[in-house]
Design a protein around this ligand. Sequence first.
Ligand code: APR
Length: 231
Amino acid sequence: MAKIVILTGAGISAESGLKTFRDDGGLWEGHRVEDVATPEAFGRNASLVHQFYNQRRRDLAEVAPNAAHRALGALMASSLHEVTIVTQNVDDLHERGGCPSVWHMHGQLLKKRCEWCGAVSDCSEDLSQDDRCSECEQTGGMRPDIVWFGEMPYFLEKIDGVLSDCDLFVAIGTSGAVYPAGNFVNLARLSGARTLELNLVRTDNSGNFDEVREGPASVKVGEWVEEILAD
Ligand code: APR
């Protein structure tokens, strides 16, 4: 039984119809990240930030997991290996693709958090500044439970733990441009793991991997999972 850590990024959800971050002239769904994905943006214009994430949440209801998500679901279901999936994605396509446990290091669109008391709960509807927290009953503090630029990603200690003790690290559909996730490959290598990158094209991070396979995630992930299951 091998210990496998998989890091996924926006590229794994691209073929489901969700846009990636850095392939479109630096804009994300027409916005600069500083205007919608920072605590300062929320302080300045909460209504724009809510509108932006409300639209992302609605988009999520229109898409479905693709073959790559399902292949990872099959890998987990096989229980042949000890698999940890860490994702930078805030969508729920891994879960819908059959992965029961996923570490969302950048949070989740389908969760909301109260800035006042920190309570986190499910969120399938639009959010606004008028929403009241069901725990502390204050208004004005409800926000998507998303890790914005300048905030600390979730699960970092646990991720460090699995990276320091894994046999194989696989990065799927991520540019590696955002830290700390972009550095996970180096941490895994330090612990002696083999490293594999699956991406549509080579990235600025490709040189840090033992092996790079180029092609769409819907094809490359399935091929790799078949190999691993046949091993
Ligand atoms: N199959 C495989 N890879 C793909 C596909 C595909 N069909 N389509 C695109 N890609 C690759 C691109 O080549 C690119 O390397 O997915 C990657 C997407 O990179 P980014 O847009 O930078 O997304 P990601 O790496 O997830 O970004 C990390 O940045 O803005 C933040 O918080 C946000 O979680 C996000 C983080």
